[in-house]
Design a protein. Structure first.
Length: 257
């Protein structure tokens, strides 16, 4: 059974750790991000985190119900950092694109944490704020609720899927990542045109393109499609309104002179 998290007020009455640090949920999350960066996903344990904080590992359970609860808090922090680095302009397409890139960048700044959290739904305030923002942008732009939810789903899953994919490459050891990237010049570029004519014809372009994330390109494709849907819906609505005005009878024409 998970231990009960101590209420916020009770936490604040705790004495500083051996290192003189007053613990907080935010400090623990930031320290966990550092531990993940230094030791990887398997290295994040209550014992190692307690050592990094200068506190007994059991102290963590005053703030989190368990390590899974901490994982959710880490995911929320990455979402929150994305929102902190984004500002609205009032233009829905530009705002969604900028927010998507901010989410992607936030996870890539902590690739080990991304591997741990991109598939999780935290239900915590800062993640909820991101979801509210995305839906607000879409609904304010004029998308019907059914379409807004479908686009939200595609947008957030696309952002997190690419975050996981690209973070996975960044989490590799430097030598392994370099070997993977060099494969496009060391192997693909040397394939015989007789057997692989299409790869041979595009080898130079592949070598230049493939080490980079495809996320911005795919994000633009999603937003282009959304913009086309919105324009079509607005055009149909305008046509329907115009048709309704034309079909409205003119009662004055039937009045007796």
């Amino acid at each position: 059974m998970a231990k009960q998290v101590v209420p916020e007020g009770a936490r604040r009455r705790r004495r500083p750790t051996r290192a003189g640090t007053v613990l907080s949920e935010r400090l623990i999350v930031h320290t966990a991000l550092r531990v993940l960066r230094e030791h990887g996903v398997t290295g994040l344990t209550a014992r190692r985190l307690g050592t990094a904080l200068g506190a007994d590992p059991s102290t963590l359970y005053r703030y989190f119900a368990g390590m899974d609860d901490l994982t959710r808090a880490i995911g929320e922090e990455l979402m929150g950092q994305a929102l902190d680095n984004w500002s609205a302009t009032g233009e829905w397409r530009a705002d969604l694109r900028a927010l998507g890139l901010a989410i992607h960048s936030s996870y890539l700044a902590h690739p080990q944490a991304a591997a741990l959290t991109t598939s999780r739904v935290t239900g915590r305030p800062r993640e909820i704020a991101v979801d509210e923002t995305i839906l607000g942008i879409l609904r304010t732009a004029g998308f019907p609720d059914t379409t807004a939810v479908r686009l939200y789903h595609a947008f957030i899953d696309l952002s997190l899927a690419f975050a996981a994919l690209d973070a996975g490459a960044l989490a590799l050891a430097e030598e392994a990542r370099a070997t993977d990237e060099e494969m496009w010049t060391s192997t693909y570029a040397r394939l015989p045109a007789e057997s692989y004519p299409h790869i041979a014809a595009t080898a130079r372009l592949l070598a230049a393109r493939m080490p980079h994330s495809a996320y911005p390109v795919v994000l633009d494709t999603l937003l282009d499609d959304a913009a086309a849907q919105l324009a079509a819906a607005q055009s149909a609505a305008a046509a329907g309104e115009q048709s309704g005005r034309r079909e409205k009878p003119d009662n004055r024409a039937t009045e007796d002179p």
